[in-house]
Design a protein around this ligand. Sequence first.
Ligand code: PNS
Length: 172
Amino acid sequence: MIEVRTMIYPGTFDPLTNGHLDIARRAVRLCDRLVVAVLINSAKQTAFSAAERADMVQIALQDLPAVHVVRFDGLLVDLYRREGACAVVRGLRSESDFRFEAEMAAANKLLLPAYETCLLPCRIDLAFTSSSIVREVASFGGDISGMVPAAIIGRIQGRFVGRRSQQKLEDD
Ligand code: PNS
């Protein structure tokens, strides 16, 4: 029987950035199947719904047949078991990311001994690109074209244009 090596790339993706895209495109070369798992119920308030976030991921990665986009709730280890995964992949931008990632890897390994983590250092030119910076720049109508895939710029800008007009109405 041929073993299908599945990796999971989980995240909030609020929204997907070029940094996320780079990690996904590199990770897909390390496995047969990459499940990009979009967290549904983040403790954080998100700018985009889980469906909107997953749609943007799908659009940006549609040229890769080995990528499957899912939404998930609950524990990552449960998704890991369900998917029969061999590892979770996460991007590392900085030392501060490492601390969080090491804690998450350790906690998940305690919950599921078979759990493995694969940390990919992000491309140096994308080290300071984050979803929160994208949201901040977009909320002021700034240029996000170097930070997110071209195919989803309109969706992101659309969200914040609406919010700015609403805010202006309330301020006037
Ligand atoms: O992009 P993010 O917000 O850094 O992703 C964090 C994510 C979704 C990977 C993490 O919050 C997660 O796995 N949540 C699911 C709940 C869970 O399993 N928590 C235990 C891990 S310590």
